[in-house]
Design a protein around this ligand. Sequence first.
Ligand code: COD
Ligand code: ZN
Ligand code: ZN
Length: 376
Amino acid sequence: MATAGKVIRCRAAVAWAPGKPLSVEEVEVAPPKAGEVRIKIVATGICHTDEHILTGSFPNVEFPVIPGHEGAGIVESIGEGVTSVKPGDKVIPLCVPQCGKCSFCLNPESNFCQKCHISEPQNLLPDKTSRFSCKGKQIHHFMWVSTFAEYTVVPEYSVAKIDAAAPLDKVCLFGCGFSTGYGAAINTAKVKPGSTCAVFGLGGVGLSVVMGCKEAGASRIIAVDINKDKFAKAKELGATDCINPRDFKKPIQEVLTEMTGHGVDYSFEVTGHADTMIAALASCNMSTGVCVMVGVLNSGSEISIDPMLLLTGRTWKGTVLGGWKMRECLPKLVSSYLEKKFNSDLLITHTLPFARVNEGFELLRAGKSIRSVLLF
Ligand code: COD
Ligand code: ZN
Ligand code: ZN
């Protein structure tokens, strides 16, 4: 490409300080160094976690920063030594890398690469410098992906090459929301055919859990949300029952236990709130139930539980990116999408030009959108 080796000036949404709206700016994006890939981002989704960055409650983020972690694009140029992708390839940048070398990458049971942002900050690329600047100031990366930029630079092990036929404005959701929820049911919980499930929170991630439970053959999928406007979509995607905790006087865990006899086989917490974390755990069968935590509490917050909840046999698990080893699994997920095994397009309620990024966040905050996709 004509731009290879040169600094590119392009648009990006910069979060200058916590609590401030994003500001669409012209930024400079330096060429990729050795082992890095520069990607032209075509489409990016707005995930709830980006909202946590804006409010300053997400751990390990440094300002000013270019957020965004649910994008898809085309390789513009590659740094020295890069072999797995070439200019022109369609790719999804990965907010959980797969370095292929750490003990978790080498363990077939784990997808939590030790180069993940929870293990080490990812505000700068691995060589501890940034490729972004704006108005003479260095801008930080986010999780090494920063998809709210027309061009971004990521390490090679944070990129998955996908089928050239994939529609980037749809599969961008595979960078986070869809893969996280769908995989939480399939990989982390390993939902069995004929089982009962409860999903707390019906945003883009929770609805993807519903899709995963359906794909795994669950016979009953109970969707729980305080916003009843989410129920129609949940039913369309496979929920058999929809309940609003605010419609009941008794705690929702008691309602679910009564509905199912002894509690559900699998419960999923996908709201990121303390009370629903405890309710989700208590809602699954006291002996064999599995509760998967997908949501994250605001930085620094904690919850306490009665250990009796676990003593009788429940399993309480967490999941990151739905347990997928992203570089090897994402291309296969994209192929399944192209084969119409599931329809993740139903999660996209709004498509907006990139300049309207703040409107996308307003829609999310107001509970009016599932996923807004921004197009550059
Ligand atoms: N009971 C039931 N539902 C509730 C409650 C409650 N008390 N409170 C809120 N909800 C519902 C809301 O009405 C909404 O429908 C839903 O919960 C949340 O949906 P969104 O659209 O705001 O959020 P998502 O689906 O984009 O993301 C949800 C997460 C919980 C995954 C997210 O907030 C989070 O915690 N992310 C960090 C976890 C992580 O690592 N995720 C993968 C990388 S981002
Ligand atoms: Zn996300
Ligand atoms: Zn690794």
